[in-house]
Design a protein around this ligand. Structure first.
Ligand code: KG4
Ligand code: ZN
Length: 345
């Protein structure tokens, strides 16, 4: 089955073609990051308009790369949520319009299910069951995954997501949006011994996260340095390092607990923050120590992309799921544990 995947939930227009027999055939991405950078964050109306401009040419590019004509598609998958409603509607209406014109099934896919299963596109994909750490700009969740649509939420952030915390820390340090990669780069020259920031919610049992206290702590540290006239480049790097260490340590501690609680030996790490090198190194060490293994998507599939949507869409379309004709879905808030396994599986 040849499935076109469309991702437009935030500031990345992603399109890909997944063939259930050949695997991923083509993928293309247009990032709006530069357009939103001046505003320090994503401007929803600008995002929707830009998706409208980019989507059709990207679809054509992917079809050309795959050497396929439109009528050779067997299904279309699009991100139906969660995300920015206007941005979601661009993908949803395009997908439904194309599917109706071509007379093929169409399916709205959950964005986080896409991130969760993105490592399935790699050469050595994880087998079910596994524990997944989903760390993006909007979500921080630990999920027990038993199969497609069989998800049990083990814990999640009670306030800011890990990526959001990186973005806010970056802003405080005068770095560009999205801040994660900039904070990580600055942290490389930071002294890990100069400051120690708190590891929130690790002093009590449980698998939930909280990053807003860490944000306040970071702001206070920066203000104190500034007031003392000590906020030089080295101090900024030291703060970035202390912040990154605190987030990474917190995520590693909770992953260890989730593996203990479930008795599972496979850990999937996905979402934008999974691109963080220090997080990967620490998780690698942790899983090695316990005879477990960590799985990640390739770098460009850690952040938003069309490939993960095409993949999930293909699995669910193959199982017989599809949207009702003409009823497109755009769901800004959509809890992932409301997802179900395809009927009869
Ligand atoms: O999954 P994603 O592309 O979009 C959402 O669905 O949110 O994740 C984007 C988030 C941003 O907050 C960004 O700062 C963060 O992922 N991020 C990183 C790194 N690369 C991206 N955070 C820490 N270290 C990185 N290397
Ligand atoms: Zn995402």
């Amino acid at each position: 089955m040849r499935v076109l995947g469309i991702e437009t939930s935030c500031d990345e227009t992603g399109v890909a073609l997944f063939d259930s027999e050949r695997g991923l055939v083509a993928d293309a991405l247009y990032s709006q990051v530069a357009m939103h950078a001046d505003y320090g964050g994503v401007v929803p109306e600008l995002a929707s308009r830009d998706h409208t401009r980019r989507l059709l040419p990207l679809i054509q590019q992917v079809l050309d790369e795959a050497g396929l004509a439109r009528h050779e598609l067997d299904g279309i998958a699009y991100t139906a949520g969660p995300g920015l409603v206007g941005a979601l509607m661009v993908g949803a209406s395009t997908a439904h319009g194309m599917a109706r014109a071509l007379g093929i099934p169409v399916l709205g896919v959950h964005h986080m299910e896409g991130h969760l299963l993105a490592p399935m596109l790699e050469d050595e994909p994880p087998a079910f069951p596994f524990v997944a750490l989903l760390v993006s700009g909007g979500h921080t969740q630990l999920v027990e995954v038993r199969g497609l649509g069989r998800y049990r939420l083990l814990g999640e952030s009670v306030d800011d997501a890990a990526g959001e915390a990186f973005d806010k820390a970056a802003k405080m340090l005068g770095l560009d949006y999205p801040g994660g990669p900039h904070v990580a780069r600055l942290a490389e020259t930071g002294d890990p011994g100069r400051f120690r920031f708190p590891r929130p919610m690790t002093d009590r049992p449980g698998l939930d996260f909280s990053f807003s206290g860490l944000k306040t702590h970071t702001l206070t540290a920066i203000r104190e340095l500034e007031a003392a006239g000590n906020l030089d480049d080295q101090a900024r790097a030291d703060v970035a390092r202390a912040f990154e260490e605190a987030v990474v340590d917190t995520l590693v501690i909770k992953c260890r607990r989730a593996l203990d609680a479930t008795g599972l030996k496979r850990l999937v790490v996905a979402g934008g923050v999974s691109a963080n090198v220090r997080l990967r190194e620490r998780l690698e060490r942790e899983t090695d120590k316990r005879g477990a293994r960590a799985y990640y998507p390739r770098g460009r599939f850690c952040t938003d992309n069309g490939a993960m949507i095409a993949y999930v869409g293909a699995q669910r379309l193959l199982a017989g799921e599809h949207d009702d004709t003409g009823i497109m879905k755009a769901v800004p808030r959509w809890p992932m544990d409301s997802l179900e396994a395809p009927a009869g599986t």
